[in-house]
Ligand binder design. Structure first.
Ligand code: AMP
Ligand code: FE
Ligand code: FE
Ligand code: ZN
Length: 290
């Protein structure tokens, strides 16, 4: 049998993807994906709808991408990082509490960004930003970006980020993310496994030093995303060496966001052995499907 096609990082309309959970599963099927993880930002609200339409032969890993903050290892100010949690109990009190807090914070923060832009004459209707958000979904800057495109302010989501929504922009408002160690502890306490998402995505801004990844491995981090669209070839090699040294599982995934980004689903994939190793560390919820 050919090796399975495994994509462990994808977003739906439960956060800032443009495919509904059902459409995400369909897109994965069209791309020949055998194992798909649904990993929306700070929510598990897309899990059920994805599981409901899972076709025979496809497996679904239920996960989420946690918005976190970390020291950099250089003594400068903390940096925003993302943590993928897989197969954790979605009813675990600490996770429910923190995800609920973050989703509320996300809404409040987009209101503030919208107000700042309105004050400078950008015609963004905040109600329009939230009108299409499904119950339990996470609002994000991509929603604002689409509203700016709809209003004709910019030509694309990418242009919205480049000109108005980037993290150093006068319109940017930060949110209070979870300390990454706390998030790792939460995921593990809920029976899940934690993987550091795109740790060296330098085009997004500052990244952590390898020493930080080593320290997180010592407190229960299970893996690092190596093959990711935002990782340069030399950083993938650096991470491969680091993962081997630290005994971390190395994954590869697309970070698919539908039409909010240009990367197709399964553009990057995870090896079967790495996947099995990850799953063997989880005791929360099981992988669904064949
Ligand atoms: P937020 O979670 O609200 O801070 O928004 C961050 C999200 O915006 C990330 O998860 C990405 O999915 C998305 N993003 C960041 N930069 C871009 C970009 N240039 N084009 C499209 N989406 C982006
Ligand atoms: Fe995103
Ligand atoms: Fe991310
Ligand atoms: Zn992501």
């Amino acid at each position: 049998m050919a090796s399975p096609r495994i994509d462990l990082h994808a977003h739906s309309t439960a956060s800032d993807g443009t495919d509904s959970p059902a459409e995400l599963v369909a897109a994965a099927q069209r791309a020949g994906v055998d194992v798909l993880a649904i990993t929306d930002h700070d929510t598990t609200s897309g899990w059920a709808a994805a599981a409901d339409v899972l076709p025979p032969g496809m497996r679904l890993v239920r996960g989420a991408e946690f918005s976190c903050v970390s020291e950099t290892g250089r003594g400068d100010r903390p940096v925003s990082v993302h943590l993928l949690g897989y197969l954790f109990d979605p009813a675990h009190a600490a996770i429910v509490g923190e995800q609920t807090r973050l989703r509320a914070e996300r809404v409040e923060r987009l209101h503030k960004m919208t107000e700042k832009m309105a004050a400078d004459g950008y015609p963004v209707d905040v109600d329009l930003v939230f009108a299409q958000l499904p119950e339990g979904a996470s609002a994000g800057r991509p929603h604002l970006a689409r509203a700016l495109v709809a209003a004709g302010v910019v030509g694309s989501v990418n242009e919205a980020f480049a000109t108005l929504l980037y993290s150093g922009s006068p319109y940017y408002v930060p949110k209070a993310d979870t300390p990454v160690r706390t998030a790792i502890e939460m995921v593990r306490a809920a029976g899940g496994v934690a993987v550091f998402a795109h740790p060296l995505a330098r085009k997004r801004g500052r990244v952590v030093e390898p020493s930080v990844i080593a320290a997180l491995a010592a407190v229960g981090l299970a893996g690092v995303e190596i093959d990711h669209p935002d990782h340069a070839p030399e950083d993938r090699e650096l991470l491969r060496g680091l993962a081997a040294d630290l005994g971390l599982v190395g994954t590869g995934s697309s970070d698919y966001h539908g039409t909010n980004k240009t990367t197709p689903i399964a553009a990057e994939t995870t090896g079967a052995d790495a996947f099995e190793q990850l799953v063997s560390g989880a005791t929360g919820v099981g992988v669904i499907g064949a």
